[in-house]
Design a protein around this ligand. Structure first.
Ligand SMILES: Cc1cc2nc3c(=O)[nH]c(=O)nc-3n(C[C@H](O)[C@H](O)[C@H](O)COP(=O)(O)OP(=O)(O)OC[C@H]3O[C@@H](n4cnc5c(N)ncnc54)[C@H](O)[C@@H]3O)c2cc1C
Length: 320
């Protein structure tokens, strides 16, 4: 991240050091399942596969949502945790953006999308470092950019990711949305480029770990368009806004000027939010809702919540 203040990296390290952060066993799906379980226990209900198209507004008050299938749901209040640009400028047609938000959306830099090659390999990599970045003997051309290094992670610290003796491995490249969007106009070229990126990555891993290519059992490539399709995030950005020396410490308003009973949460409400920032922003949105309702805001830590396996959370489903 160009222009990122060094302190932001130190803060992350400090949070890990104080054991206030970690990598959840079971991955992000387990985190989502745990949150969903808690939400239901508190009386919430979730409708999956329900894409919101419009936020319904009457007399400058949010009164519900309209789904892509045309059905409407009325509500006392609406909280959007979807992509910020889509929410403000499409679902609400930009009518309540206000100068502060408009300036941020015009000037703040979006965290660039990523290209990932995920692999399942019949090889135990647990003795290798969890995260490796190594120089390549000669540059490789990936998604129109010459790459001189390979960024590799394995997940052997998490036994739920692969059977014993096998490993999940990921190669990660910073990428470019427009490159993939142009390729996607022709399905065959898009598929071929994904295959080419996978082959190049596998060849480099085989050079480092001879026999790796032969031991591969499954390969999947996710492009910025994959992320856009699953999350609706602008340009498939994994993290919303880049943190820079200009926006560090700033947050965007979670209420929009002139619109009542509407609140925003999620990674687009603050720079480089990640999961902790997105979760905190949800808490802030509810605090604002309580204030508007003249209710005291109470927060209770959920203790002993065990993750559950839920058939509703398959990776091909998009949460509503
Ligand atoms: C590969 C990768 C690795 C990452 N690693 C880390 C990490 O190690 N630590 C960390 O803190 N962060 C990490 N992040 C970032 C983190 O995942 C995000 O910042 C975080 O998930 C943002 O949460 P969110 O709720 O704002 O948005 P999202 O997680 O994008 O969720 C938005 C939800 O809204 C739904 N939605 C969107 N549009 C609509 C619509 N119109 N109607 C209905 N539903 C809709 C989507 O389907 C989705 O379920 C990573 C991201 C990626 C991609």
């Amino acid at each position: 991240m160009p222009d990122a203040p060094l302190i932001s990296a130190l803060v992350v390290l400090a949070i890990f050091h104080t054991r206030n952060a970690g990598a959840p066993i079971g991955g992000s799906i387990r985190v989502a399942q745990t949150v969903a379980k808690r939400y239901r226990e508190l009386g919430g209900s979730i409708q999956f596969n329900a894409k919101v198209d419009k936020i319904l507004v009457e007399h400058d008050r949010a009164v519900g949502i309209r789904l892509a299938d045309g059905t409407e749901h009325r509500a006392d209040a609406v909280i959007s945790a979807a992509d910020g640009r889509t929410t403000i400028f499409r679902m609400l047609e930009g009518r309540y953006a206000g100068p502060e938000i408009r300036r941020a959306y015009a000037e703040w830099k979006v965290y660039p999308p990523v290209l990932q090659v995920m692999m399942g390999v019949a090889r135990d990599l647990s003795a290798e470092p969890h995260h490796l970045i190594f120089d390549l003997p000669s540059p490789i051309l990936v998604a129109g950019q010459a790459r001189t290094m390979l960024d590799v992670l394995h997940y052997c610290h998490d036994p739920s990711t692969a059977p014993q003796g096998k490993s999940v491995v990921q190669v990660w490249y910073g990428s470019n949305y427009d490159y993939w969007a142009a390729l996607r106009r022709d399905a065959e070229s898009y598929a071929l480029e994904k295959q080419r990126v996978a082959d190049l990555s596998i060849a480099e891993l085989d050079r480092r770990w001879p026999g790796f290519a032969r031991q591969l059992e499954v390969v999947d490539v996710a492009t910025p368009l994959t992320y856009e399709r699953y999350t609706g995030n602008w340009q498939g950005s994994p993290d919303g806004w880049c943190i820079t020396t200009a926006n560090m410490g700033k947050e965007l308003p979670k209420r929009l000027p002139g619109l009542r009973r509407f609140y925003m949460a999620g990674q687009w409400t603050m720079p480089f939010s990640g999961v902790p920032g997105a979760a905190t922003s949800g808490c802030h949105a509810v605090q604002l809702l309580c204030k508007d309702d003249r209710k005291e805001f109470e927060r209770h830590a959920a203790r002993g919540v065990e993750p559950v396996s839920s058939p509703e959370f398959h990776d091909d489903q998009q949460a509503g």
